[in-house]
Design a protein around this ligand. Structure first.
Ligand code: DWN
Ligand code: ZN
Length: 406
């Protein structure tokens, strides 16, 4: 039995993905023998309702000066964060003298919107290479991991903040309690925290098991998020479901009593109870759906290969690492993965060692089938890949079930 990272209760795992490498550990051939693997299992704590990884690699192994994911690789996400900044500016960051802080600010995709308006801001980003891109965009960034000590330091230098946000970051940090402690120190009494992450309800509903990889230690629901923040005198004041990353939830939190709580919070919690997110059964069913998804995907890939067709992967996502290593997708099933990120190109995928090639390679070769690893960007990719479809190229996806489409 494992111990819950939030409440220290004992809990059981409900699914195992076997030996997994670092999801963003794209590597050169000379480093094949030095790869790090861990046993990836997920469990559910019935006490605080948190779904979590049983084991996670150290943060420095995952986030460093060669971090492979740059947030601005999706033009849709650039627009998404522009809109998110407008939401915050219209609701909680109204004064021109406001101060906002973002944890895990990556290449500045969100904070650039505040920087452009001359609003005092600070990005906290542990991966130096992506932080450098943010600085080049005029975003003030420190290369650090956020914690309560850093919160105190920021307050002594810049004062307390009006808003603290984190997108696709909270679910990465196992010591979540001490993050909330830091947020309490950093925020003004009327300050608001806003964060968004892939939503557990969507992961279960779409069998999108590829959201599970080393970096994602938590899979949040309102039930579990409320529990974490309650302990620190904070409460959920509002939520907004998002379509990004295959279905995410945006959470707004504040000191208890500082704001009116939206009806949406209660309604969504009731819905979570209805679909059974507070009981083990739903996770056991998810585990059997995941196994079926794996079998179906392998069947399709083997059939296509037996017909002598070409198959490639589209988007060397973190998520693809879980799919390939869990399903055992070796280079005889997928020729290469196309990705627009220069730092990934010319390297090999973690664990299965499938070559990552440039997007231009995909355009030139036009494979018969492309397995859409970046399925969360499906609409953006569909509109930019009309030529591929016109040339009779087909897509394979595993979400919400394994199927082929054009
Ligand atoms: O939480 C996380 C999310 C926000 O981002 C991190 N832990 C890591 C990362 O996860 P991911 O790698 O699964 O994210 P994406 O956004 O699904 O990655 C898309 C990948 O596909 C990038 O490498 C860029 C590439 N891409 C492409 O080649 N062509 C993306 C698009 C939109 C394209 O058209
Ligand atoms: Zn717990």
């Amino acid at each position: 039995m494992a111990k819950c990272l939030v409440c220290n209760s004992s809990y059981d795992s409900f699914i195992s993905f076997g030996r997994q490498p670092l999801a963003n550990g794209f590597l050169l051939e000379k480093d094949f023998g030095k790869e790090y693997f861990f046993d990836m299992k997920v469990g559910f704590c019935s006490n605080c309702k948190m779904v979590q990884l049983v084991e996670q690699p150290n943060r420095e192994q995952m986030f460093h000066e060669n971090y492979a994911f740059y947030s601005s690789t999706s033009s849709y996400m650039v627009k998404h964060f522009e809109k998110f900044s407008e939401t915050l500016l219209s609701r909680y960051v109204k004064s021109p003298d406001s101060f906002v802080v973002e944890m895990g600010s990556n290449d500045g995709i969100m904070l650039q919107n505040f920087a452009k308006k001359g609003i005092k801001h600070l990005g906290i980003e542990p991966s130096a290479n992506v932080a450098q891109v943010a600085r080049e965009r005029g975003v003030n960034t420190v290369v650090e991991f956020f914690d309560s000590n850093l919160a105190r330091k920021i307050v002594s230098q810049d004062g307390q903040a009006d808003a603290f946000f984190a997108s696709n970051v909270m679910c990465h940090i196992p010591y979540i309690g001490s993050i909330v402690e830091g947020v309490k120190i950093l925020l003004k009494p009327s300050g608001v925290m806003a964060f968004e992450d892939p939503y557990l309800g969507d992961i279960i509903d779409k069998t999108s098991y590829d959201q599970i990889y080393d970096e994602h230690v938590f899979f949040f629901s309102l039930l579990s998020v409320s529990h974490v923040f309650e302990k620190y005198g904070m409460e959920l004041i509002d939520i907004e479901p998002q379509i990004t990353h295959g279905g995410s939830m945006r959470y707004f939190l504040a000191n208890k009593g500082a704001y009116q709580v939206s009806n949406r919070v209660k309604e969504q919690i009731n819905l979570e109870k209805e679909i059974g997110l507070e009981k083990m059964d739903v996770y056991q069913k998810f585990a059997s759906n995941v196994k079926k998804s794996k079998d179906d995907l392998l069947e399709i890939l083997r059939k296509i290969k037996s017909e002598g067709k070409t198959v490639i992967g589209y988007g060397a996502t973190s998520k693809s690492t879980t799919i390939m290593n869990y399903c055992g997708i070796t280079p005889d099933l997928i020729d290469y993965i196309s990705d627009t990120t220069p730092i990934k190109q010319g390297k090999f995928s973690p664990g299965m060692h499938i070559p990552v090639k440039s997007y231009e390679h995909f355009v030139k070769k036009k494979p018969d089938y492309a397995l859409l690893f970046a399925w969360n960007h499906k609409e953006e990719i569909r509109s930019k890949e009309k030529d591929y479809c016109n040339a009779k190229g087909k897509w394979i996806t595993h979400v919400p079930n394994v199927h082929i489409y054009c």
